[in-house]
Design a binder for this molecule. Sequence first.
Ligand SMILES: [Fe+2]
Length: 413
Amino acid sequence: MTSIDLRTRRRHEVQDLAAGFVRRELLQTLAAANAGIAARGIGATEAGTLSISAGTEKFSISASLGNLTIRDGIAGSGVVVSMDDAALSDLFQDVVSLGWLQMMGRLELQSGSLERLVRWDPVIVALRDGVPVYDGRPGDPGSKLSGRDLDRTFTLDDDPGETGAFLAETGFLHIRGVFSPEEMQAVSHELDAAMHCAERDDGQSWWARTEEGWYPSRILGFNRKSPTLRELLHSRRFQSLASFVDDPFVHGDIEASDMAEGLLKKIGVSEGISDVTWHKDCGPGGHSYGCAGLVVGIQLTGADQQSGELCVMAGSNRANIPGLHSVGNFGLDEVALTTAAGDCTIHCSCTMHMSRPPISKERRVVYTGFHLQPFEEEVSALPSESTRREQRAGLQDRVGAAVRAGQSDEPEN
Ligand SMILES: [Fe+2]
């Protein structure tokens, strides 16, 4: 059986933890279980010291001679952050990451760089969840890719078991010829129509600017605006994309929910959100509640170096590394997915990926996907469609502000 279900938490179990409880009780429990793993992570990433001020609590985490040290007070060196009780509570339940807290303005970075801060995200995972920080050593989950042809492509006619094994190991797939060029052209025309109707601040689009002016770079809920796309999403071909591994997947309501987005990537975007640097879609937090979902890129046009293709880090889905703002590739192989119209790319929600800006050709793609079937008891804790829609639309401002501040990470899906 091939599974990519890494879930260890349930959304309905999230609580409001007071900072005093986190400092005095939870950290002691976590250290008793995972001190060695966390200390090794601090050593491997050279994360140094993290000092946190939350509510009335002030404490620091560091490692010395392979031992984890948690002390009261703010350390004289290293990264220093302040946040409120709710942010600390969310951090220690994997609702949110340090990188995303900073990006959303919920964390104040008082000392140290953003790059230094996010080195602590995998260390927090190690301490909180007992997952070793990826250090690229032989035998590490992310390094077991020997013998894999990472440029391999698949079709829907290939053995699903083999396709699923590649997905589970590398975190991505390139499936050729799922749809026809004619079908892609029809969807593309409907994307033109949706973009024509879009307005700034309509809550249904994200915008970017080139020297020709602002344009809608992303149509949210594009499935509701494109009858051809809806037909394709209902097709056996699309549905079979979730059948390569043995986990049960679901997707949003094709007719009513915002489950697909249509993107136009123009050349020369100078402002707004279009192309994104390396990130994991679970980088904001929530890996232990939802990973791995499957993000599907339906290629309306081909994608290559000239039009800015999707790039992935092979095996990163199994590597505990920062999911936002990270620098370097941790020794993992970067793979550029050169596609034709009608191909589909698939990446796991915990796979590092990015898209390059187009150089000489525009590119069009639809992003949609599948989520692991929620556990019955947590369904009531899921956000409503209207809340999700509002959050997705509002993300443009937050992410846009971060981009303007020189932090260009953005969870694309
Ligand atoms: Fe993404």
